[in-house]
Design a binder for this molecule. Sequence first.
Ligand code: HH2
Length: 269
Amino acid sequence: MGIVNATPDSFSDGGRFLDPEAALAHARRLIAEGAEILDVGAESTRPGAEPVEADVEIQRLVPLITAIRAESEVPISVDTMKPAVAGAAVAAGASIWNDVTALRHAADSLQIAAELGCEVVLMHMQGQPRTMQAEPHYDDVVAEVTAFLAERAEAAMAAGVARERIWLDPGIGFGKHMLRHNLPLMAGLDRIVALGFPVLLGASRKAFIGALSGGADADHRLGGSIAAALAGASAGVAAVRVHDVAETIQALNVQAAIAQASDAGARSL
Ligand code: HH2
């Protein structure tokens, strides 16, 4: 899943793709590099980000989704917590609602998701984007995130979202201490995968990678981002949400080829 941020303030690429032409050019590039899903967003969820009104999000997203849809059949997911924005995006051609609040932001989020009939990504977040990094606390982060995701999947199905349309996401960096919470979650991804839903992992360029590499800024976290994507693939996640599509695919292909050779080697013993 390649990330297209039409925002002025996303943590790693804010402002670069606010211009619709620049966002479309970026989307084209990610498709050419092999992205199998594009995730388009118009409201940053980074800690401390200012909220964006629904009509502003719609103005930024609908022309972009329409333009991508006019030239490609790549599935488009819309990164928004607002039902009105998800509805407008689906009408324009998006097929996945990626909601960092796991359909908790509005009272009617669950019902609208069921009515839209789209796929949904239910992501774990402790607290709200503006304050979530203040004092995140867990007794057992893997158990708590896994239980939360199982509960949200149940709630979505009870509201009428079909089981096969549900994705789960541990929400790396969302109300999690940089290393104390994100690392155990990365190490425990297989327990979320075991819930039986496709899992999406978004670790690309996130702060814990900077913390593990002497404070490298977001533009200098490619190596760590690839390591995280490979760890996710090993744990069985269905998709990785990344900024650097070509480099990530190359790494995943090499990992898969080695795994295949290792299986073949084991068979020939
Ligand atoms: N991370 C970000 C945004 N949306 N959605 C899901 N499902 N999972 C994630 O991990 C996730 C997400 C943050 O990354 P980015 O879009 O680059 O920045 P911003 O939130 O500032 O737009």
